[in-house]
Design a protein around this ligand. Structure first.
Ligand code: RUQ
Ligand code: CUA
Length: 684
């Protein structure tokens, strides 16, 4: 039986590999089995395939995914890490994990949040007033853009749990800023970067009582609870968000959800969906009867057949802010709903049924929304939207006075795609690809005839592929840009059930790599990638040659500012200074020792350690950890970090380098000697 496919397999492999062999890449390395034209290798491959029971399809997929050792992937994927609070960097097509970037959760491997000044400072900046958060739920990564294309400068990601935003500097793949956004308590899918990275926009998910900091019971939900759309101004020099130049719009207490930026024809606009226009707050619980009163949120928030897609003209909003048409709320300049309506910058469109995704096509013309309980994608035409706004073609106003555009006037089409549509991505050939959560599939459909190539009819389902299982997001390469690529799609599946070795009860989430065949062929599953940490929600996939990561920090760099650290020293400049209870140590780290490697202090001393990694060799990273002091750093070559702590436990504590840096790495250690204070000693 097996032999039947070996002939076509051989033909296929000779075809695919022929160029490589012809170029002499396998040279004389065929161990004498070959005849010099590749036949020996091919018969080896036949043997491997036969031994492992692989089909020609398997072999083709293996070759599609394969990146030879030492070669680079064509793409890098930035994946949110869900309630791990981190971000993963993954090569594509190999699907190899290249890095984990600490964002909202302290992460010892990067020395983030375990004593080094840069990470502690960043994490502390994200604490809402009076709260110390030590985790987050990273949801939507958004790469910075120039003219609508990813530019490799910065990455923003939101915290679902606490409504925060983190900014990652792609020069060194480190989080440089975490911000608690005033007036926003939680944020789900509402994050995007505008096409020239003017703003990162984040919307609230569940509304909160306004003014912020006050209490209001659920009976005041409609009157007092409010959502917000925050336009966070990005400093073009370093990617930081400047809260003083940011602004917000007040929103009704719907549950605002996924968002996407207008681009090209819809540039200057932002779009986000919502659910729970019913204003359900869930079922109260009757303590005497021990039963709920009323509908749970799930039912209460799904009664309406339509909720609202929100449209904001942010370019015009900028002008309103400049004209002073705002109020200060929670320390932010906020355009009230009434003002936004009066000035014509906020509109609604009815969207069916328990809406989830809103995705803008690469031309900016089509706004594709999906209702989780409607088997269609509903596609609005921005050209019709503009006409309806100009003609004041409204079908009414919501309870907060916001005009609702006439659904029929702005609709381009509905395409029946299947059960549980969530999110849509695009290729450059006029196709949309929608994830179907309930059906565990990806549906491919065509957009309007102005963007469909290849002779397909507009607004039609053209292909479908099964994925395993329960797909949430999906992403095409360069997928949120104005120029998406047509080669790969990644499905982010929530469950894997029986897909991998039984490591349960919980099985890994599963990314699946799908070949789009230049946007022309039937979609083809290439590979599975189980993700052992969760829960990744969304990814953006960028061409790897856009990465702008440094090879090395310049000597003496402060990773937070990227400038020279004020306490940087060179070899030979190490010193210890004492001033009463304050002990300051300037230390160097180099293979394979710390200088000084004995640090003496007294119990109760305030200790400041400035450690300079004086290496200038790639990857010559040194860690610094002190037993029982919960201190751990990772100092990359050229980096300087400061640690401030109180030596509150007397004793002899070992410190050591946590990176296997050299043959004598185990010897790269020392002693932190904390003498008992005189008072304590006197008692002994
Ligand atoms: S949204 S489910 Cu990104 Cu689908 Cu969270
Ligand atoms: Cu330095 Cu190990």
């Amino acid at each position: 039986m097996k032999r039947q496919y070996l002939v076509p397999l051989l033909a296929l492999l000779v075809l695919v590999l022929g160029g490589v062999f012809a170029a002499g890449a396998c040279g004389d390395d065929d161990g004498g089995n070959g005849d010099g034209n590749g036949n020996g290798v091919s018969s080896d491959l036949d043997d491997i395939a036969a031994a492992r029971g692989l089909t020609p399809e398997d072999m083709k997929h293996a070759l599609q995914q394969f990146v030879p050792p030492g070669e680079y992937d064509d793409y890098v994927m930035f994946a949110s890490g869900g309630h791990s609070g981190q971000v993963f960097v993954i090569g594509m097509p190999s699907m190899r994990i290249l890095k984990v970037i600490a964002a909202f959760t302290p992460e010892p491997w990067q020395g983030y949040g375990y004593g080094a000044d840069w990470g502690d400072t960043v994490l502390a900046g994200g604490n809402p007033e009076g709260v110390e958060l030590t985790w987050g739920d990273t949801h939507h990564p958004a790469l910075s853009e120039t003219a609508g294309d990813y530019d490799g400068r910065w990455l923003y990601v939101n915290d679902r749990a606490n409504g925060r935003v983190a900014m990652v500097d792609l020069q060194d793949m480190r989080t440089k800023q975490v911000l608690a956004i005033p007036n926003i308590q939680t944020s789900h899918g509402g994050l995007f970067v505008t096409p020239d990275s003017e703003y990162a926009m984040i919307t609230s998910k569940f509304p909160m009582p306004w003014p912020p900091g006050t209490y209001a019971g659920s009976d005041e939900y409609a009157d007092v609870y409010r959502g917000a759309s925050a336009w966070l101004k990005i400093d073009q020099t370093n990617g930081r968000i400047n809260m003083d130049e940011s602004f917000q719009l007040e929103l009704p207490p719907y549950t605002q959800d996924l968002a996407d930026a207008g681009k090209l024809v819809s540039a200057g606009w932002g779009f986000f969906g919502s659910f729970n226009t019913e204003l359900s707050v869930g079922a109260d619980f009757d303590e005497a009867l021990s039963e709920p009163i009323g509908d749970p949120m799930e039912a209460g928030a799904s009664r309406n057949n339509f909720d609202y897609l929100h449209l904001i003209n942010w370019k015009a909003a900028e002008q309103l802010i400049a004209d002073g048409k705002y109020e200060m709320i929670g320390g932010q300049r906020v355009i009230r709903i009434e003002t936004a309506v009066e000035e014509g910058i906020l509109y609604l469109i009815p969207e069916p049924k328990s809406p989830h995704g809103i995705d803008v096509s690469p031309t900016g013309r089509y706004l594709v929304v999906s209702g989780k309980l409607d088997p269609h994608v509903t596609i609005f035409d921005f050209e019709k939207v503009e006409a309806a706004i100009a003609a004041e073609d409204f079908e009414g106003f919501d309870d907060y006075g916001i005009p609702i555009l006439n659904y029929d006037s702005v609709l381009a089409a509905q395409v029946e795609v299947g059960a549980g549509p969530l999110h849509t991505q695009f290729d450059s050939k006029g196709h949309g690809y929608t994830s179907l959560f309930l059906e565990s599939a990806v549906a491919k459909f065509t957009l309007g005839d102005d963007v469909v190539t290849g002779g397909e009819a507009p607004f039609e389902l053209v292909d479908k592929i099964s994925v395993h299982y329960n797909i949430g997001h999906l992403a095409t390469a360069e997928g949120d840009t104005v120029t998406p690529d047509d080669n790969y799609l990644v499905a982010l599946n929530k469950w894997s059930i029986d897909r991998f070795a039984p490591i349960g009860p919980l099985h890994p989430q599963n990314f699946q790599l799908i070949d789009l065949v230049d946007g022309e062929g039937p979609m083809d599953l290439i590979a599975d990638m189980p993700i052992g940490i969760g829960e990744p929600h969304y990814v953006q996939i960028m061409k790897a040659d856009k990465l702008s990561a440094l090879e090395l920090y310049a000597a003496g760099t402060d990773a937070l500012t990227m400038d020279t650290h004020p306490e940087a020293i060179d070899a030979g400049e190490e010193k210890v200074e004492r001033d009463g209870n304050n002990v300051t140590v300037w230390m160097t780290a180099v293979r394979s020792h710390f200088t000084p490697d004995i640090v003496r202090v007294k119990e109760g001393d305030n200790v400041t350690l400035h450690i300079t990694n004086i290496e200038q060799t790639r990857d010559a990273t040194h860690g610094f950890a002190i037993a029982h002091y919960n201190i751990q750093a990772s100092l990359e070559p050229g980096e300087v970090a400061t640690f401030e702590f109180v030596a509150d436990k007397s004793g002899a504590y070992n410190f050591y380098c946590t990176e296997f840096c050299s043959a004598l790495h185990l010897e790269m250690a020392g002693w932190f000697l904390v003498e008992p204070s005189d008072a304590v000693a006197a008692l002994d």
